[in-house]
Write a protein that binds this ligand. Structure first.
Ligand code: 13P
Ligand code: ZN
Length: 274
């Protein structure tokens, strides 16, 4: 089967385009990766043509031999749906988890996203922690979340609690909370290490003054998670634009009641008295 005819490719393209339509992907902003199932690799491997091995820039032994569908570096999300074989590629990871090679896509040249170290290190953590269930890592330049990184303290506690308060569904959708990476140079191993440490605890990591990373089982859940966080951030931005002082809000005890009824565990570190 052709890569472009496979269901996982169609799901990937739809998600990329949904992100574009939300306004999270100016120019080449953001990137997306999907860890393929072995049946999917078998299904499309007749369409593969292997390039040369390249250094990943970090080591991911837990992903040895895996195949990923990823966006290309410098490629515009706007164009993913229009010319996917120019915008995307499939990469294979070598048996040591040190190198990758392109086996499909980027027909006009190029390389996978510059955030490949962050994507792969996050995938490695999530594959281990979820017994292989999580397959998607998504990075977007989410406007409202970025705006908040100029006014909220850059702590997991502040971001989680303030965003939980903005919509009742939030603590149910991201009960583990959200991590925050202070401003760092993007595109390398250092920021990948810090982000993947947060992925040990959370499914969402915010990059100060830059954007957001989300991890999930499939395209719908990962997009929905990032969308929910960004929607809460939008409400908070609107609220802060009206007043610095809330008249009423969801209280720590309200969250405890919600946790009981919805059968989720909300860490007490986020339910501090203000
Ligand atoms: P790439 O075009 O290399 O994916 O970079 C975009 C981006 O958002 C960097 O953080
Ligand atoms: Zn970015």
């Amino acid at each position: 089967m052709k890569v472009l005819d496979a269901e996982f490719t169609k799901g990937f393209i739809r998600m990329a385009n949904d992100g574009w339509e939300q306004g999270w992907h100016e120019r080449n902003g953001g990137n997306l990766s999907y860890r393929m199932k072995s049946v999917e690799v078998e299904l499309v491997k007749e369409d593969f043509k292997a390039g040369d091995w390249q250094d990943i820039g970090t080591t991911v032994p837990g992903l040895a031999g895996e195949f990923f569908l990823v966006t290309g570096s410098g490629k515009f999300f706007r164009n993913v749906i229009i010319k996917p074989e120019d915008s995307l590629c499939i990469v294979e990871i070598d048996e040591k988890g040190e190198k990758y090679r392109i086996v499909w896509g980027l027909v006009n040249g190029g390389r996978p996203t510059s955030e490949l170290p962050s994507h792969l290190m996050n995938h490695e953590v999530k594959k281990r922690l979820t017994d292989g269930r999580y397959r998607v890592i998504y990075h977007a330049h989410t406007t409202n979340t970025i705006a908040l990184t100029f006014v909220l303290p850059l702590t997991d506690e502040a971001f989680t609690r303030e965003l939980w308060e903005m919509a009742t569904e939030c603590p149910v959708v991201f009960p583990d909370g959200i991590g925050v990476v202070p401003w760092m140079v993007p595109g390398g191993r250092e920021i990948a290490v810090e982000t993947s440490k947060l992925m040990e605890k959370y499914d969402v990591a915010i990059w100060a003054h830059h954007g957001m990373f989300a991890a999930g089982e499939d395209f719908d859940l990962t997009f929905g998670l990032l969308h929910t966080v960004e929607k809460a951030a939008e409400i908070l931005v609107k609220m802060l634009s009206m007043t610095g002082q809330k008249r009423q809000t969801i209280t720590p005890d309200d969250f405890r009641h919600l946790a009981k009824d919805f059968n989720v565990t909300l860490p007490e570190k986020f339910l501090y008295e203000k």
